[in-house]
Each structure stands twice: as structure tokens, then as C-alpha cells.
Ligand binder design. Structure first.
Ligand code: XUL
Ligand code: CO
Length: 436
């Protein structure tokens, strides 16, 4: 596109000594860390909804974001213009992937048929821009929470007509994701929950949600879409309780309804913390089940109890995330999608760069530190040694199923009071800080 709305050069890696705020200090796409280059480890994605569509409003005030490329209309020309500006942003930032909701890229019209036609028109531009730049769609999704028809939920609505409408919408969203060569498709249950149990048949709603996802699995096969399906947990907001509340709840649901083979999880930091967990906790739960697929990279605010979707700036946090990602052998279909927005006060287009540069550098540091911790080996060795009583003797007999209650009673009577050793939490915290 001819016009440059950002007046920013391509963001370059300048090293940690650089004082240029529009340069990477730590993210060097081509730098090898343990046999793989940084861009392959981190697989950054930009979220279309925050970057192009978030006006930065809050419950008390209107949007402040300056979008000189956007005429504010619902026209297809304007939607296409946004797409071109978005790809210009990806190019300047040097990020290879993006994610979008159907309604982020094209507006709803008066009928589903018209809406789908509008979507197709904008998808053609997305495709053109993908081909021009080589950028790829990390995952697509459908907004099943914005329109008033979804007031009671989508797949879990009390209204079967709404379920049908949502199914039609997801069918189309899957088709365009497939057409764009998307590597995945995400289901975030924005209103799949309740405000009060007084009016809610939870059993029935969960059965319906499972039916919906089975239909999606069937449609995936039918159209030959090879991408990965993800569920993105979140405990609340917009509803009081969302069914996909955390990683464990999602895994239980998927297992109960025989869906586990078809889904992995897309975990978002601010959602995990809203659920009362650390991000490491939810990542570990998912990784243990072989279901850690992708990450929505952001962070919450220590003092605000809602989804503030801030850009990650905490090296300690990104180190812990990357320790788990490296331990599972890295991302395959997934990546680090910045589901994050600038603060309302950061309303100039250049702030989009500052925000993403900060997030990328913070993850680059987390990656390097996590890699160094793993190379050092002391942390892993400590954990291994902590469980050494299970490697032989009675521990081995228990793990191998060779001991029952009677044997263990005999063992305890004979061996007397067990002797414990320290967990050394503070020592390990110091060890992590050695690397930061
Ligand atoms: C909302 C959220 C969504 C999903 C995609 O909190 O995280 O944007 O990532 O629907
Ligand atoms: Co998200």
C-alpha cells in the first residue's frame, strides 16, 4: 500500500545497548537458541481485534484510539483498507502470524447471507495480503458474544434458534480459516456460561456445548481442514461463570464428552490469573495432558480484578512460560498471540509498536533465560532428586502396582516415622534470579 500511516521504519534488532525505543533490544528473529531460531521458538502473532478494532473505550468513557486509516464506516472499502494497514503493521513489526474473529474483519449485515458475502469480500483481501507478504493465520475464530442474539450464550443458549445461528456462523468461520490456510481454530466460550443458576439448566447447556463441538469436528473432517482446534479457558467476564473456566475444567469437559482427541488448549495469562491460578499452573495442567496448544500472551493488573489484557512486561513471568514451552518441545501449530491492548491513554498509532516491541522483547528474554536454566540443569536435577524415593524400593513398588495397603502397613510398622527434607523454595527462587 502506498500510504504509510505509521511513519515508522521496519523495527530492527539493535541489541541491549540501544536506546532507540523503536528497536528490539533482545528479540533477534534469526538468533539461534538451542538449535532453533527465536522466531520459530516464539511464533508471535498479532491480534486483529485489539490492534485494528479496539477503540480503547472503557465502561466510563468513549474510545481514544487514533486510527487515521479508518473512516469509521461499516463499508467494505474501509474493512479492506484496515486489512492493508494491518499487514503493513505486521511487515514493519516483523511478525509472521495473526489471529482474527470473523466480525473483526467484516461487519454484520441485515441477513446471514449478506454477512457471509461481506466476509468473503474481505477474506479475498486477507488472502491477497497473505500472498504478498508471506504472513500466516495462526488461528481464526468467530465472535459469538458481541451481537445481542447471543445474550444467553451461543452453543449454550436456552434458545435453539440461537444455537443454529451460531452453528452457521462457526461453519462459515471455519471455512474462511481453512481458505486462508489457518493453522488453527479457537473456541472461546465468551458467553457460554451463566449469570445465575436460578434460570439455568447446566446439564442441558453442557450437553449442547458438546454437541456443538462434535458438529464442528464433523465439519472439519468434511471440508478437509487440518488445523488444530483449541479451546480457550476463562472463568468469568462477560458472564458470572463460564463453563470453560480453566485448563482442568476444559480437559474434564473434553474427556467427559469424548472430544479430547480433537482439541488442545489455548491458554491466556490473564484468564489463568482470573481463575485464581498462575499461568504456569494452567500451562502445566495442559502440558501434562498433552494438550498445550497455544498461548494468548498478555498479563493482568495486580490491583484490578478483570481482564485488562495488558502487554507482557514481566521477565519472571515470560521465563516461567518459556520453561514450560521448551519442556514440551516447543510449539507445533500454536504460538504466542498478543491478545493484548494498549492502555486508553496510549492512543497514538506508534503506541501499537511500543506495546508489541515490549511484549516481544520480554518473551525473547524469557526464552533466553529459560534456555539457560535448562542448559544449567540444576533446577531439573533438584526436582528429579526430590522424588528419588520413588525410583527404587517401596516407591518403585507403589508406582509399579506391586504394593497394596497391607504391604504398606507392614513397611510403615517396620520403618517407623518418615524423615522429610526441605523443599528449598527460596533457594530455587534465588537460582532462577541468578539467570535473570
Ligand atoms: C477474550 C479473549 C478472546 C479470545 C478469542 O477474553 O481472550 O479474544 O482470545 O475469542
Ligand atoms: Co484470548
Amino acid at each position: 500500500m502506498k500510504q504509510d500511516f505509521f511513519n515508522v521504519d521496519n523495527i530492527a534488532y539493535e541489541g541491549s545497548e540501544s536506546k532507540n525505543p523503536l528497536a528490539f533490544k533482545h528479540y533477534d528473529a534469526g538468533e539461534k537458541i538451542g538449535g532453533k531460531v527465536m522466531e520459530e521458538h516464539l511464533r508471535f502473532a498479532v491480534a486483529y481485534w485489539h490492534t485494528m478494532r479496539n477503540p480503547l473505550s472503557d465502561p466510563f468513557g468513549v474510545g481514544t484510539a487514533q486510527m487515521p486509516w479508518d473512516d469509521g464506516s461499516d463499508s467494505i472499502d474501509n474493512a479492506r483498507q484496515r486489512v492493508r494497514v494491518f499487514f503493513q503493521f505486521l511487515e514493519k513489526l516483523g511478525v509472521d502470524y495473526y489471529c482474527f474473529h470473523d466480525r473483526d474483519v467484516a461487519p454484520e449485515a441485515d441477513s446471514l447471507a449478506e454477512t457471509n458475502a461481506q466476509l468473503d469480500a474481505v477474506v479475498a483481501t486477507l488472502k491477497e495480503e497473505q500472498e504478498r507478504t508471506g504472513k500466516r493465520l495462526l488461528w481464526g475464530t468467530a465472535s459469538l458474544f458481541t451481537h445481542p442474539r447471543y445474550v444467553h450464550g451461543a452453543a449454550t443458549s436456552c434458545n435453539a434458534d440461537v444455537f443454529a445461528y451460531a452453528a452457521a456462523q462457526v461453519k462459515k468461520a471455519m471455512e474462511i480459516t481453512h481458505e486462508l490456510g489457518g493453522l488453527g481454530y479457537t473456541f472461546w466460550g465468551g458467553r457460554e456460561g451463566y449469570s445465575t443458576l436460578l434460570n439455568t439448566d447446566m446439564r442441558r447447556e453442557l450437553d449442547h456445548l458438546a454437541k456443538f463441538l462434535h458438529m464442528a469436528v464433523d465439519w472439519k473432517k468434511q471440508i478437509g481442514f487440518q488445523g488444530q482446534f483449541y479451546i480457550e479457558p476463562k472463568p468469568m467476564e462477560p458472564t458470572t461463570h463460564q463453563y470453560d473456566s480453566d485448563a482442568a475444567a476444559c480437559l474434564n469437559f473434553l474427556r467427559e464428552y469424548d472430544l479430547l482427541d480433537h482439541f488442545k488448549l489455548n491458554l491466556e495469562t490473564n484468564h489463568a490469573t482470573l481463575a485464581g491460578h498462575t499461568m504456569q499452573h494452567d500451562l502445566t495442567v495442559a502440558a501434562n495432558a498433552g494438550a498445550l496448544g497455544s498461548v494468548d500472551a498478555n498479563t493482568g493488573d495486580l490491583f484490578l480484578g478483570w481482564d485488562t489484557d495488558q502487554f507482557p512486561t514481566d521477565i519472571y513471568q515470560t521465563t516461567q512460560i518459556m520453561l514450560i514451552v521448551l519442556e514440551m518441545g516447543g510449539f507445533t501449530t500454536g504460538g504466542l498471540n498478543f491478545d493484548a491492548k494498549r492502555r486508553r491513554e496510549s492512543f497514538e498509532p506508534v503506541d501499537l509498536f511500543h506495546a508489541h516491541i515490549g511484549g516481544m522483547d520480554t518473551f525473547a528474554r524469557g526464552l533466553k533465560i529459560a534456555h539457560a536454566i535448562r542448559e544449567d540443569g540444576r533446577l531439573a536435577e533438584f526436582v528429579k532428586r526430590r522424588y528419588q524415593s520413588w525410583d527404587s524400593g517401596i516407591g518403585d513398588a507403589i508406582e509399579s502396582g506391586l504394593a497394596g495397603f497391607e504391604d504398606l502397613e507392614g513397611y510403615a510398622l517396620e520403618n517407623g516415622e518418615p524423615v522429610n527434607v526441605s523443599g528449598r523454595q527460596e533457594m530455587l527462587e534465588n537460582l532462577i534470579n541468578e539467570f535473570i
